[in-house]
Design a protein around this ligand. Sequence first.
Ligand code: NGQ
Ligand code: ZN
Length: 452
Amino acid sequence: MIHARHALLSSGWAQDVLVAIDDGIITAITCDTPCPRDATQVDTLLPALGNLHSHSFQRAMAGMTEYRKQGRDSFWTWRDLMYRFMDRLTPEQIEAIAALVFVEMQEAGYASVGEFHYVHHQTGGIAYEDPAELSLRIYAAASRTGIGLTHLPVLYTYGGAGRVALSQGQLRFGNDVDGYLALVEAAREGMTCLPGDARLGIAPHSLRATSPEDLEAVLRQSADGPVHIHIAEQPKEVDDIASWLGQRPVEWLLAHADVDSRWCLIHATHMTEGETRAMAQTGAVAGLCPITEANLGDGPFNGASYLAANGAFGIGSDSNVNISLIEELRTLEYSQRLRDLARNVLVSGEGSVGHGLYTGAARGGARALGRNAGEIAEQRLADLVAIDSTDPTLCALSRDQILDGLVFAAKDRVVTDLWSAGRHSVKEGRHVARDGVVAAYRAAVTDLVASL
Ligand code: NGQ
Ligand code: ZN
């Protein structure tokens, strides 16, 4: 049981709220009630967000790609460095890095994560004895930390638009459709080691890494669960797809696949007004990764038009160069302000930007991850985060201003507690497994850096 002085319920703010949880599910909510002796007492309880897009291994190269060399650095030069870094990773290192990442995510206020998992094979592209070896490593990290996992094994068949062969640096990703479907099945079987809220989805990496026929084939074989795809992140990708398929990426996808609320379109940065409105109408979630998109020089999302068309969105930490839920939401709004020379952009009609961003991302994240979460209500998963509204960054604010304070003024330290489907992983601001996970991470990266 959790007792909160204030809680943001699906019906709005309430006081002295007692939340009962059974088997990871919220079973009862009582307002205006004193704190019983055996309850965990918190200040302000919010629905915890899902982090809808992560490549956990990239966390370990944070800070290694910010050095300017002669010529112009770009997404594509970053990607070359990332491939070189990735090529050395062992299964043990992949697990240790993922565990650190999941600890950091939960401490930042994320209850769950969509792990967009595309490193499948050994260096050179040789399969592991168990083709799902690296998926199982992600599972081990999830079960160690208690994060709610939506695992998204990735189909990555081609090196670029037009069925270009994989480059040397991409060999660890490669599968044809049959190999991929076998991998998904193995990943499904392995999932029995995870708690019941874990989910499995599919993820064609991008239009450039697959083909129209292959995409259709994998979609035909998977009737339910989330479908995630990177799309329209970089202008070059838009141009490459347009010259190959005759349409811009989002335009092509909406015309050739049954895009609906199962889908999460990651980035969707470069869209025309028409694509923006059409995507919003499908019910798909825009998977926005503002910190990574800023870091990689992708560009700002077409946010105002998308929200005006009622589009669903959520946020992801993608490259994990910096894991901060607060900063992710802040960067999202600030990217719009800088482009539009305006304030308070990402809210439709009138209202609190922080409230709109937070609650919108909570709903969209849950939808994209296939989790019955995103609000505090009976029968939902107990994906919950507590923040301390007496922190100096928040203490002057009314309830209706708290989420604005959280998004624009606070630091991550205001997070005190976090539950993933009822698993109480963060207490007093620290993950319960932090020490062991950090020690294993340090050992893993020491070896890794020595091998680079
Ligand atoms: C990824 N990253 O999947 O990690 C990609 C780069 C690729 C972003 N798109 C790899 N931000 O495109 O092959
Ligand atoms: Zn990505």
